[in-house]
Design a protein around this ligand. Structure first.
Ligand code: PEP
Ligand code: MG
Length: 763
């Protein structure tokens, strides 16, 4: 159902919601078996909603939906009509946990005709999932003979009734405690779920179903005033606990989780959200059921919204609703009272950033989410905590049981559920091997980054959050070759002003403790959207209004950022670079803006940076033909190979269909880079590379072979690349590469791998 924020309480009650709830309460309090009560409920709904049919399907073992009660369909079909999840419209509602309203159901492509039910004469249908603890337990549907549109109020009534039926099912009154659908033989088999790796790493442990213990014991209430009081008491406790969490996270972590939590605290005070909960209470629900109802609405909205920022906000509301339910139930957090195994892997539909921090960090080994994207807040926090995360893992909630053994692989986005002994032992072996390597990398941390034949290569890291800076010292990197300034902008809810930016950059410089940090000015646009900066949707965002193009068209933004960077340097050295520069004139324009800010810095009495180095990211191929004009103007160049490859080969780097089509180790890219290396060397302009390929040992071997002497990569890649470098004879690989540039091969990867194997290069 679509939320209708403007709905008045009077309108909400107009559908007889309150009366239905009062009757429901009588049915639930009355005598009889679970099935008899279910029969009374469907009759009540059919009468009150003027429906010709009301039917209830319950999920049984083996993902089968069985008709358990009906008014209007052939009573002989009860316990006979069965649909698989995904089959027909009813199966579709269960498969997507989403309500469906159809004016003409038989014309729907998913209509599955069951002659035993006598369904043909009914045209319209409204069905809602019966949900419990985030899982589908069945489907409740009404039908009308004539074609008609259903209103939001009708969907809401049905959803409320579905909550009551979910209670009946959970209490074991319908299926019997011995039959829990998720414990079917099928569900107990080992299985593998695929998702997207949101943070790398591997982990093995027992599943802890986030929020699995949540039950609403009473749906209908007599005394709305008392329920409002309970709501306000719970809200006060929740606000207090969020405040404590903010304070705790400020002490234990750096700024970003706090910023996220601050946003979250503001959302907790959202009047619209609280108003809707109040309305639901006044319609006759308990405070718990009202919160749950509003949460269901939020979920339904989430299913219809693809905008990542809005979805993130809705996830925050979803998260808050759970928190509030916990407080209504007298618990303080989702993890409260749940005994955690020593190695636990958290499984959730989605997680708010605050929720992840609720769990005992020393036992948490990994996270599996049904939702979640790389830019979601939880992924950012998990990355800072260095926990592997697999997101977009469809089926995780229905296929994983609490305390199931799990193996997760964040590198490849895989989750093994109840893995067989072979997988467990293979995995334990790989984990041991990975741990051995980690130990070796840690031991080599302070060894010089120098090849076997004495060639020094500077190994640096890419960062975007203050939390990442801890890795600078851990990894033994020389400095930060790429500080993506847009990342802190992306996790804030408002545009950070100059003092905020200044404080942030100053912290980065301080924490780098004298090591070089290259700040890249804002690279927003494309797939990196700022929640508070509206841009029109574009046909080709990667090639659209992004990065320096925005900076030059909106100079105030760029000026403010440069002002903050210059002030943050406070007389120390400063390295800046501009992203996505396509022509020398753009660099000149950016440089002019920098000069204006330098003049202002002096006017305002701030000290100038001890040394100011200004560079350009080489991401647009056009720049390769402007080097004679560009090189004398810049202090350094940094190759953004992620974008450079996509523009060189004209392939969309985010399109999975093209993922393997073009290889970075192709004669085309390597030749282009080699010419660039030669020209920079002749002009004595330092050159580095900061795209993903810098962090892959085999690719890094080739880059060093063509003459690159500075690579910047994600922190976990430093150890593997340094180990490779220390086993490499640079002279030999350069010589070998000379023989390859002219080849017509699409990739030199296999040849280079064979070279590494034959020459004892550790890749
Ligand atoms: C690149 O394009 O290689 C790069 C490092 O920038 P980003 O990945 O942030 O676009
Ligand atoms: Mg780029």
């Amino acid at each position: 159902m679509v939320e209708t924020p403007g709905r008045t309480p009077a309108a909400f009650l107009a559908g007889g919601h309150r009366r239905i709830l009062a009757h429901l309460r009588d049915v639930m309090a009355g005598s009889g078996t679970g099935e008899q009560r279910l029969g009374r409920i469907v009759r009540l709904i059919a009468t009150e909603m003027g429906a010709d049919v009301c039917s209830c399907y319950v999920l049984r073992a083996g993902e089968v939906l069985e008709l358990f009660a009906t008014v209007g369909l052939n009573p002989m079909a009860v316990h006979k009509t069965r649909l698989r999840v995904g089959e027909g419209i009813i199966g579709d509602i269960a498969a997507h946990a989403k309500a469906i309203a159809l004016a003409d159901a038989p014309s729907h492509p998913r209509f599955a005709y069951r002659p035993e039910t006598g369904e043909e004469p009914f045209h319209s249908m409204l069905g809602v999932p019966i949900l419990r603890g985030g899982r589908v337990r069945g489907v409740l549907a009404i039908q009308h003979r004539e074609e008609r549109q259903y209103g939001d109020d009708e969907g809401e009534i049905l959803e409320t009734v579905a909550m009551v039926i979910a209670d009946l099912i959970a209490a074991g009154d319908l299926l019997g405690a011995q039959e829990k659908p998720s414990l079917s033989a099928e569900a107990l088999l080992p299985s593998r779920l695929s998702g997207v790796g949101l943070h790398r790493g591997m982990a093995m442990g027992l599943a802890v179903m986030h929020r699995h213990q949540l039950t609403i014991t009473q749906v209908v209430a007599d005394d709305p005033e008392r329920e409002m009081e309970r709501l306000h008491e719970a809200l006060t406790r929740m606000h207090r606990s969020i405040d404590a969490l903010v304070a705790r996270s400020m002490a234990a972590h750096s700024d970003e989780p706090r910023d996220i939590l601050e946003t979250y605290r503001m959302i907790a005070e959202d009047r619209g959200w609280l108003g809707r909960i109040g309305e639901a209470i006044h319609s006759g629900l308990t405070a718990d059921a009202a919160v749950s109802r509003v949460q269901n609405d939020t979920r339904a909205r989430m299913n219809q919204i693809s905008d990542p920022y809005l979805r993130e906000r809705l996830l925050d509301f979803d998260d808050l609703a759970y928190r509030l339910l916990q407080h209504l139930a007298g618990k303080t957090s989702a993890s409260d009272g749940v005994p955690l195994p020593d190695d636990c892997i958290l499984v959730a539909r989605s997680l708010g950033p605050a929720e992840l921090l609720d769990y005992d960090r020393t036992r948490l080994r990994g996270v599996v989410l049904e939702e979640g994207t790389t830019t979601s807040h939880v992924a950012i926090v998990a990355r800072a905590l260095n926990i592997p995360v697999v997101g977009q893992c469809t089926g995780a909630l229905s296929r994983i049981e609490h305390l199931d053994p799990l193996v997760i692989d964040g590198n490849h986005g895989q989750v093994f559920v109840r893995p067989g002994e072979d997988i467990q032992s293979d995995f334990a072996d790989s984990l041991r091997r990975a741990e051995n390597w980690e130990r070796l990398y840690a031991e080599g941390r302070d060894l010089p980054s120098i090849s076997r034949d004495g060639v020094a290569v500077s190994i640096q890291i890419n960062c975007g959050l203050l939390l990442d800076l801890a890795h600078l010292a851990d990894s033994g990197a020389d400095g930060i070759g790429l500080y993506r300034t847009e990342i802190p902008f992306m996790v804030q809810s408002t545009y950070p002003d100059v003092p905020t930016q200044t404080a942030l950059y100053a912290k980065v410089i301080e924490q780098a403790a004298g090591r070089r940090v290259v700040f890249r000015t804002l690279d927003v646009g494309g797939d990196k959207r700022l929640p508070y900066f509206f841009t029109e949707p574009e046909e080709n965002p990667a090639m659209g209004w992004r990065a320096i193009r925005i900076g030059l068209d909106r100079p105030a933004m760029l000026r403010q950022q440069l002002r903050a960077l210059l002030r943050a340097a406070a007389g120390r050295p400063l390295h800046l670079m501009f992203p996505m520069v396509a022509e020398v004139a753009e660099y000149d324009d950016a440089r002019r803006i920098l000069d204006m800010e330098l003049a202002r810095l002096a006017r305002d009495g701030h000290p100038a940076p001890a040394a100011l180095q200004v560079g350009v990211m080489l991401e647009v191929p056009a720049l390769l033909w402007q080097l004679p004009a560009l090189l004398p103007r810049v202090d350094f160049l940094s190759i953004g190979s992620n974008d450079l490859s996509q523009f060189l080969f004209a392939y969309d780097r985010g399109n999975p269909r093209l993922g393997n089509r073009y290889d970075s180790l192709s004669p085309a890219l390597l030749s282009a880079l080699r010419q660039l290396v030669d020209q920079c060397r002749a002009a004595e302009v330092p050159l580095s590379l900061c795209g993903e390929i810098a962090g892959r040992p085999l690719d890094a071997m080739a880059l060093i072979g063509i003459g690159l002497r500075a690579l910047s990569m994600s922190a976990p890649s430093v150890g593997p690349v340094k180990t490779m470098l220390r086993s490499l004879d640079v002279g030999a690989v350069s010589h070998y590469l000379d023989s390859l540039y002219r080849r017509g091969d699409r990739s030199l990867r296999n040849r280079l791998r064979a070279f590494a194997r034959d020459h004892g290069v550790v890749i």
